[in-house]
Design a protein around this ligand. Structure first.
Ligand SMILES: [Zn+2]
Length: 84
């Protein structure tokens, strides 16, 4: 009984103090950081400017690599993924 009453009070207080804008901003910031961390990079120069090729295009180019770095021109099968 006591706990139920406490939760109701906290919820009411929270919505009153924290504006909707704050929640939205935090969510967007979190998403942006996660996206940047998970971005694949060139294993040669570690730039994120890599292009994923389709199998057909890779066949035409004939080196058979799945990715190509737009910065240094390095071609590779698996991009380097920087965790943090
Ligand atoms: Zn590169």
């Amino acid at each position: 009984m006591s706990a139920d009453r406490d939760v109701t009070t906290a919820s009411d207080l929270r919505s009153d103090i924290v504006p909707e804008d704050f929640d939205l901003k935090a969510a967007r910031q979190k998403h942006s950081t996660t996206d940047r961390d998970a971005r694949p990079r060139c294993p040669e120069c570690f730039k994120i400017s890599i292009v994923k090729r389709s199998p057909g295009i890779a066949g035409i180019v004939s080196d058979g690599r799945a990715y190509r770095c737009d910065k240094c021109g390095h071609t590779f099968d698996e991009p380097a993924e920087v965790g943090r």
